[in-house]
Design a protein around this ligand. Structure first.
Ligand code: NDP
Length: 276
């Protein structure tokens, strides 16, 4: 996308995107900056954050991203620091994108450390969203800004109890906070991606090769025979953040290339009374 082809004008706006050192969050931060927003980016990996900050400077004619390094599972002061430092640096907040998230390879009911993993995943995927929403609300009320939570379509499959239920919680947080914040002029929406090519495999214990194999198989199960790109999700995030989405709140927006929810291939069905 070139700068001469700007779809949205976010100049003067400020976005905080969690988990923006790679993948979907990085693509959203870069795209928001491309449209003119100042952005706070965050994650644990300082080197990756630097790369994203450089990309932002490159595509946005010099927007300097505020980088905040920290671990949302271990640093209880981080959510407040993310909001406070954003306000100190940029003076306002228009868009909160709760994107940081991970799964676990140890989510099976018979896993010996199930509860530790549960606490870790919930702290990142659920608690941080609630706390950031609470802390951001007064600032978003002033700007009539909005929140985008990155959830998931999470297919119903075994061993997915921890991650799957955490993302179900995200959807309910979106709907309930939309109800509460709507009267203050703040919109809240979720984007629920299907499989997207990112570093997400790490969090389920898959190296890049194994995750790529999984994505190749998954691709065949989508209606569009396509795997998501981080930019697909960023495109939807930009639309939701913009005034064009002024009538959308409390929505769960699926972006999954038409992932099949059930695989009946090889089965035979007889349905009586099916002529109309
Ligand atoms: P990535 O692993 O590429 O990105 C995850 C981001 O979250 C990184 O910036 C990472 O930063 C940050 N993060 C992870 N753990 C922590 C932590 N403990 N504290 C602070 N930041 C953390 O994966 P995706 O881009 O795919 O994931 C983004 C979101 O999209 C997640 O919420 C995920 O659940 C969701 N999603 C992804 C799908 C996919 O197929 N890729 C499908 C559906 C939903 P760092 O490594 O620097 O700590």
């Amino acid at each position: 996308m070139s700068l001469t082809n700007k779809k949205y004008d976010f100049s003067g706006k400020v976005a905080l995107v969690t988990g923006s050192s790679s993948g979907i969050g990085a693509a959203i931060a870069v795209q928001f900056a491309q449209y003119g927003a100042n952005v706070t980016i965050s994650g644990r990996n300082a080197e990756n954050l630097d790369k994203v900050a450089n990309k932002i400077a490159e595509v946005s004619n010099g927007v300097k991203a505020l980088q905040i390094i920290g671990d949302l599972t271990t640093d209880d002061s981080l959510p407040k620091r993310l909001i406070d430092e954003t306000i100190t640096k940029f003076g306002r907040l228009d868009f909160l994108v709760n994107n940081a998230g991970a799964s676990t390879p140890n989510g099976k009911l018979d896993s010996p450390n199930l509860m530790e993993e549960f606490d870790k995943v919930y702290k990142l995927n659920v608690r941080s969203i609630v706390e950031l929403t609470q802390l951001a609300a007064p600032h978003l009320e002033k700007t009539k800004g909005n929140i985008i939570n990155i959830s998931s379509i999470v297919s119903l499959r075994p061993y997915n109890l921890v991650y799957g239920s955490s993302k179900a919680a995200v959807d309910m947080i979106t709907k309930t906070s939309a109800l509460e914040l709507g009267p203050k002029g703040i919109r809240v929406n979720s984007i629920n991606p299907g499989a997207v090519i990112t570093g997400f495999g790490r969090s389920i214990g898959m190296d890049n090769d194994k995750f790529n194999d999984f994505l190749k198989q998954y691709e065949q199960k989508t209606l569009m025979k396509r795997i998501g790109r981080p930019e697909d999700i960023a495109n939807l995030a930009s639309f939701l953040a913009s005034d064009e989405a002024v009538n959308i709140t409390g929505s769960i927006m699926v972006s999954d290339n038409g992932s099949l929810k059930y695989d009946f291939s090889g089965k035979v069905a007889l349905v009586t009374g099916s002529s109309s």
